[in-house]
Design a protein around this ligand. Structure first.
Ligand SMILES: *[C@@H]1O[C@H](CO)[C@@H](O)[C@H](O)[C@H]1NC(C)=O
Length: 118
């Protein structure tokens, strides 16, 4: 069966469109803590409020995943409305690692939306 170039082009176009959509939805879901994400404003990583949110993310992840990560410092932080995206350095035993965290604030309560080792 011969594949005509028209349908091949269509398939390629669909693939490109799908991968673009996937990237955009990943970024919108806040899974990547990049301040280039649309609408996110960079924050001072040393701001006490930012540090508090980062410590919450580590504590919450420790509870959920039964890990024992220890907060070290915030490397990067950004927010958009009530969503904070953070890059946190934490120690895992004797290893220092970087973690991407997304925290949603609602009044005085916080929710860990996403947490992932970089
Ligand atoms: C902590 O380190 C252990 C051993 O290297 C590894 O298996 C585990 O995935 C790490 N946990 C996290 C949350 O990074």
């Amino acid at each position: 069966m011969a594949v005509n170039s028209g349908s091949l082009l269509l398939v390629l176009t669909l693939l490109v469109a799908l991968s673009t959509l996937f990237d955009v939805s990943t970024a919108l879901g806040g899974r990547k803590a990049k301040e280039s994400d649309v609408g996110f404003k960079p924050l001072d990583p040393k701001d006490p409020k930012v540090v508090e949110v980062a410590k919450f993310a580590i504590n919450e992840y420790n509870k959920e995943a039964k890990t024992n990560l220890k907060f070290q410092l915030v490397l990067k932080a950004a927010s958009k409305e009530t969503t904070y995206t953070l890059i946190i350095e934490a120690s895992n035993g004797s290893i220092l690692d970087k973690y991407d965290a997304v925290v949603s604030l609602n009044g005085n309560s916080k929710t860990l939306v996403a947490f992932k080792k970089q």
